[in-house]
Design a protein around this ligand. Structure first.
Ligand SMILES: *[C@@H]1O[C@H](CO)[C@@H](O)[C@H](O)[C@H]1NC(C)=O
Ligand SMILES: *[C@@H]1O[C@H](CO)[C@@H](O)[C@H](O)[C@H]1NC(C)=O
Ligand SMILES: *[C@@H]1O[C@H](CO)[C@@H](O)[C@H](O)[C@H]1NC(C)=O
Ligand SMILES: *[C@@H]1O[C@H](CO)[C@@H](O)[C@H](O)[C@H]1NC(C)=O
Ligand SMILES: *[C@@H]1O[C@H](CO)[C@@H](O)[C@H](O)[C@H]1NC(C)=O
Ligand SMILES: *[C@@H]1O[C@H](CO)[C@@H](O)[C@H](O)[C@H]1NC(C)=O
Length: 635
């Protein structure tokens, strides 16, 4: 509180001189600098994504950024997060952009806004809503009229929300990016960029500083930049604005955790600042990609739930050696605020929680697919079924007797992205995009084939068109037959978990024996009580899943994200305290897709006080892993 009012006083003092005079922010091309209220101005900014941090922690993270000596922050805006359903906009709770901007301003931070419509950002489809793909041949990020119509509607809503927060209107926003790294996209559609610029100007006015960001190099800048819009580059010295100075780097499942040393970051930051450049550190805090929102790179490599980024503030907002190293560098160029830095929030190890086996996906279809199944000769995609994220169950039958192992195959690599296959209720294998396109199966003609397909995140970056349809996007074959006669269940798993309708499985005599390597995708549930008599609980924690393999976790119905410790590098998931309650038992729900450690073995998850983000247990797995048991033997 006291820090906050100190921030406001500071703000008054800074702007005191110009009280009465209009606030202005502009580019002085002649002197190659920015001018704020007429004075030469240089920003030292840090990246923060409000959509990767729970709202209750926005103030804590922003204060820490302010105390590091930053005078500005930069954020993207993910369109898909605010318009999940066409025409229905959400700007409340963790999506309350206006509140975030207000908190930044109250603390005394200026804001550089990157509203897209495309943002990359390791976010599903680079922030564009998946429903755009309902028109299959849509040309994203071009003048395609259907794309433009959707962009105009969204930007109309967004830019009107943002307008009062512009610097010249009394708010913190000093500049707004048009598109994002457009120069690295094949389309090079100047009409599209001109349209966006006009659109931004029509809502935000002519004074606002618009800019583009591109990779270094003339070819990028040629297609990415536009007349009258300031061009900046992602990295490399030599210009006076560096929009993405990398403090760390992102991770992918199965690859080693990225680390950039504090010394290296501090040294290059010093070099950049010494040239007098404006800089944005990407990221200053990475945060968490909760739920299903992560993106992927190609060849298909999805990003994990943690977006820690090895940034100066950790995923949980903790102060690091890198934070202090950066602060020391900034100190040499700018007076940094006095006063205490908000401390690292305490973490609590709530300990082990036992989990009970609940129903399988197939058992609970009536709760998960309440709108009923859809039938079609050949498989439909997620979007054909009006589903954007999560899971769809595809069901058919074996067309022929397969008494000897017969290849079940996706010859065109059309499993997007991972398929858990069972025959007559027995798990038989996993197909995975770019990795496993064939498994052998046996069974009699007429046996039920259930294929649960997981969307692991849409590709968020590419030079070529990177439209990423999900589900079974091409036919599957069994031997020489094309599988046909599908029944598809669009699954509303989050809704069912929130309604508490997934129950314990009733034991039946006909339960198949548990196979060695794989089980059916199954829910597990457990709960824990926050201990009494310890002050300041609940506190933040991390959930660890010893011997669990791959799946999704919900805490009190909130979709925390994916876990995949057998592939790594992420082993623990951040559980912010705001998800927990002291007034009732806290519910943990897990959908384990491959095999739980339970019976035999302890059926527990563990809440610990230490994150593990750097364990790539399976980093040496074979690219075309065919038999599950081979991967199994690694662990
Ligand atoms: C499959 O094999 C069974 C005997 O195991 C036989 O009765 C049935 O006719 C066969 N079905 C087909 C479609 O070949
Ligand atoms: C399927 O079985 C055949 C015959 O046993 C074998 O040659 C082939 O390698 C197997 N394929 C896979 C993907 O396991
Ligand atoms: C599946 O195969 C059928 C018959 O060859 C074809 O008409 C259909 O377009 C294919 N579907 C997909 C998604 O490839
Ligand atoms: C598929 O067809 C080819 C030739 O038409 C035949 O040689 C082969 O045995 C068939 N495979 C299966 C699994 O039926
Ligand atoms: C946990 O689940 C139970 C049973 O569905 C429910 O009554 C309770 O409210 C849940 N607790 C929380 C904190 O959501
Ligand atoms: C993982 O990170 C921890 C904490 O920074 C460090 O102590 C440990 O050595 C790292 N492990 C690996 C395998 O890099």
């Amino acid at each position: 509180m006291s820090l906050l009012s100190a921030g406001s006083i500071l703000l008054l003092l800074l702007f005191g001189e110009s009280l009465g005079a209009p606030r202005s922010f502009s580019i002085d091309y002649k002197n190659d600098c920015f001018r704020k209220d007429g004075e030469e101005f240089r920003f030292i900014s840090g990246g923060i994504h409000y959509f990767r941090i729970p709202r209750v922690y926005w103030k804590d993270r922003l204060l820490k950024m302010h105390m590091a000596g930053l005078n500005a922050i930069q954020t993207y805006i993910p369109w898909s997060f605010h318009e999940e359903i066409p025409g229905q906009f959400s700007f409340s709770g963790d999506r309350d952009l206006g509140h975030f901007l207000q908190v930044a301003q109250d603390i005394g931070l200026l804001v550089i806004l990157r509203p897209g419509p495309y943002i990359c950002a390791e976010w599903d489809m680079g922030g564009m809503p998946a429903w755009l793909l309902k028109k299959k041949d849509i040309k994203l990020r071009t003048s395609d009229p259907d794309y433009i119509a959707a962009v105009d509607r969204w930007m109309g809503k967004l830019l009107s929300t943002v307008k009062p927060f512009l610097y010249q209107n009394g708010g913190p926003i000093i500049s707004v990016q048009v598109e994002n790294e457009y120069g690295s996209y094949y389309a090079c559609d100047h009409d599209y960029i001109r349209h966006l610029t006009k659109l931004f100007r029509s809502y935000l006015g002519n004074e606002v500083v618009l800019f583009t960001t591109d990779g270094p190099g003339i070819s990028y800048i040629k297609c990415g930049s536009i007349q009258d819009v300031y061009a900046t580059v992602d990295f490399g010295p030599g210009t006076n604005v560096n929009s993405e100075f990398y403090t760390g780097w992102l991770d992918h499942w199965g690859s080693p955790h990225s680390v950039i040393s504090s010394t290296r970051v501090a040294k290059s930051l010093n070099e950049v600042l010494a040239t007098g450049a404006n800089v944005n550190m990407y990221m200053f805090i990475g945060g968490t990609t909760f739920g299903y929102w992560n993106g992927a790179n190609i060849p298909y490599a999805p990003q994990p739930t943690s977006y820690d980024f090895n940034a100066p503030l950790t995923e949980a907002g903790d102060l690091t050696e890198k934070y202090f190293a950066i602060r020391e560098v900034i100190k040499m160029y700018r007076k940094i605020p006095e006063g205490p830095i908000p401390p690292t929030t305490p973490k609590y190890a709530y300990g082990a929680v036992s989990m009970k086996k609940l129903q399988t996906i197939s058992d609970s279809l009536k709760y998960l697919a309440f709108s009923g199944p859809v039938k079609s000769m050949y498989p439909l995609t997620f979007l054909d079924l009006n589903q954007a994220l999560g899971f769809v169950l595809y069901r058919t039958t074996l067309p022929a007797n397969c008494s000897t192992p017969t290849p079940l195959s996706s010859p065109l690599n059309g499993v997007h992205d991972r398929a858990y296959v069972s025959i007559d209720g027995v798990a038989v294998g996993i197909l995975e995009r770019d990795r496993v396109i064939t498994i052998n199966v046996t069974g009699n003609a007429g046996s039920q084939v259930d294929i649960l397909v997981e969307n692991m995140g849409r590709v968020n970056y590419g030079h070529q068109d990177f439209k990423d349809f999900k589900g079974l996007v091409t036919n599957l074959t069994l031997g020489n037959n094309t599988l046909a006669g599908w029944t598809m269940y669009s699954l509303s798993i989050d809704k069912a978990i929130n309604e508490g309708v997934i129950k314990e499985k009733e034991a039946t005599a006909t339960d198949p024996p548990r196979p060695a390597a794989l089980s059916l995708p199954t829910f597990y549930g457990g709960s824990f009580v926050i201990p009494d008599g310890i002050p300041d609980l609940p506190q933040d924690t991390y959930i660890k899943l010893p011997k669990w393999r791959k799946g999704q976790i919900w805490i009190n119905g909130f979709n925390l994200g994916r876990y995949w410790p057998v592939r790594g590098p992420q082993v623990t998931l951040f559980v912010p305290a705001n998800l927990l309650t002291t007034t009732a038992p806290n519910n943990v729900t897990i959908l384990e897709l491959e095999r739980a450690p339970c019976s035999p073995g302890p059926c527990t998850v563990e809440f610990t006080n230490t994150p593990i983000l750097n364990a790539t247990a399976a980093s040496h797995y074979k690219r075309h892993l065919e038999l599950f048991s081979r991967e199994d033997s690694l662990g």
